[in-house]
Design a protein around this ligand. Structure first.
Ligand SMILES: *[C@@H]1O[C@H](CO)[C@@H](O)[C@H](O)[C@H]1NC(C)=O
Ligand SMILES: *[C@@H]1O[C@H](CO)[C@@H](O)[C@H](O)[C@H]1NC(C)=O
Ligand SMILES: *[C@@H]1O[C@H](CO)[C@@H](O)[C@H](O)[C@H]1NC(C)=O
Ligand SMILES: *[C@@H]1O[C@H](CO)[C@@H](O)[C@H](O)[C@H]1NC(C)=O
Ligand SMILES: *[C@@H]1O[C@H](CO)[C@@H](O)[C@H](O)[C@H]1NC(C)=O
Length: 394
């Protein structure tokens, strides 16, 4: 059991630590904290908690080269904000806190030298860019707020536009924002100076699908885009062409169950995260509300298995963009809202919102198959709405 340390104490520990220890960051709603965790073989230990990210810390964007971390606070129980941190060797020190519109849920860096931060806003139907040229002086740049003429096919979730993700394309020239409420992929062209973005014609998603999170994959000269749909529990694949100088063209290739063609999910399932592996060969998504799998109890003396939702892996056919189901594996518990891979693709960090648990799962980058849970930690305090995102400091 490692106590909570001051940033200074943590820094000396991190500098003294052997190279085998790896730092992860995780956000948790119920105790309003941004955690720093240390992974050492099978041990995942909480080494620090920061409360500078406000009432509901959620998405994290890391600029590893500059040692700067951006933490979004949705602000349900307080004022929403973006906090920037210096991450010297994993120890966090606050640089700035910028009050923002309610409900930021995901972000990405963009522009020359990553001087812009594009942020998706769920409840407030907005896509907003910030200047992070000086991470100690975060500044609002541009705000686009959307309306719907009439509710979508799933009226209780599609009453208004709900921007859920902000994704930089592989050319670095365009941004994509998934709109769960309007069934759109909103496309933006980044100006040369990254001071503003210009919206292009949006891509129409499958009606009622609710695009939530997405990622690009490249294979040779080909580019593909995959997004997971929270309302239909499907995954949509597109091929992306840059032949037209006026912007990328998205051609839909398929839309099928998060469990592969013909797959089904229990009622109440809500697909959440989607990640493309660093080698661009696999798509992995998380699905919440299934509890269809089990994992061994973490107490070796207790034979009662624990419930788990799945992480579903697909292999990408680089020639066509088609996906082939590779594996349905346990996410490490219930309600896997956010997960991420390390750069080598050998580990998955998964945040289990209903279990106050973050796990690290082994992964074979060659086959894309997930293996055992190698480490776990208690993250979050109290019932429900615990950890929702976990990220490697790489
Ligand atoms: C990692 O674990 C090994 C073996 O238990 C130990 O010798 C080492 O000090 C640990 N390192 C850190 C940073 O905790
Ligand atoms: C990129 O940003 C870093 C940190 O702000 C700075 O040190 C570096 O000079 C910048 N590089 C360029 C090419 O502007
Ligand atoms: C966007 O920025 C460019 C410079 O990069 C400028 O020429 C253009 O006028 C700006 N457009 C808007 C709408 O602000
Ligand atoms: C290129 O894109 C523009 C704007 O979306 C469109 O009007 C035009 O028809 C496209 N041209 C081709 C050759 O697809
Ligand atoms: C064994 O684990 C289950 C599930 O977590 C728990 O409900 C039960 O209390 C545990 N039993 C003992 C003896 O600790």
């Amino acid at each position: 059991m490692v106590g909570i340390m001051t940033p200074k104490g943590l820094l000396s520990l991190l500098l003294a630590a052997p190279a085998s220890a790896e730092i992860l960051f995780a956000t948790s709603y119920n105790d309003h904290a941004l955690y720093t965790l240390s992974l050492n073989a099978s041990s995942l230990a909480v080494v620090a908690k920061s409360y500078d990210c406000g009432s509901e810390p959620t998405w994290l964007t890391l600029d590893y080269a500059k040692s700067v971390l951006y933490c979004l606070n949705e602000g349900w129980g307080g004022a929403a904000s973006i906090t920037s941190y210096k991450t010297t060797g994993g120890a966090l020190s606050k640089l700035d806190v910028l009050p923002v519109l309610k409900s930021p849920v995901a972000s990405t860096l963009f522009g020359p030298n990553k001087t812009g931060l594009a942020v998706a806003y769920y409840d407030t139907s907005s896509f907003i860019t910030f200047s992070v040229a000086d991470p100690s002086k975060l500044a609002l740049q541009q705000q686009e707020t959307y309306k719907l003429a009439s509710p979508g096919p799933v009226p209780d979730r599609q009453d208004v536009p709900h921007i859920h993700d902000a994704i930089l394309d592989p050319t670095g020239k365009y941004l994509v924002a998934t709109d769960l409420g309007a069934d759109l992929l909103r496309i933006y062209k980044i100006s040369n100076c990254a001071k503003n973005v210009t919206e292009l014609t949006p891509v129409k998603a499958v009606p009622g699908s609710g695009p939530r999170h997405g990622a690009f994959a490249t294979a040779g000269k080909s580019t593909y885009f995959y997004n997971v749909n929270e309302l239909s529990n499907t995954i949509t694949g597109y091929s992306v062409s840059y032949d037209n100088k006026s912007g990328p063209a998205f051609t839909r290739l398929f839309d099928f169950s998060t469990h592969g063609p013909g797959g089904t999910v229990p009622a109440g399932t809500k697909a959440a995260e989607l990640v493309v592996s660093p080698d661009q060969k696999f798509v992995i998504l998380s699905s919440r509300g299934e509890s269809s799998l089990t994992i061994p109890n973490f107490d070796a003396g207790n034979s009662t298995a624990l419930p788990s939702d799945p992480l579903v892996s697909f292999a990408i056919d680089g020639a066509t963009g088609a996906l082939k189901l590779a594996q349905v594996a346990p996410a490490g518990g219930v309600n896997p809202r956010g997960f991420s891979l390390n750069k080598a693709g050998t580990l998955v960090a998964s945040a289990l919102q209903d279990d106050n648990r973050v796990v690290v799962i082994a992964r074979d980058p060659a086959t894309g198959l997930l293996g055992n849970i190698v480490a776990h930690a208690v993250v979050g305090v109290g019932a429900g709405n615990g950890p929702n995102y976990a990220l490697f400091n790489e």
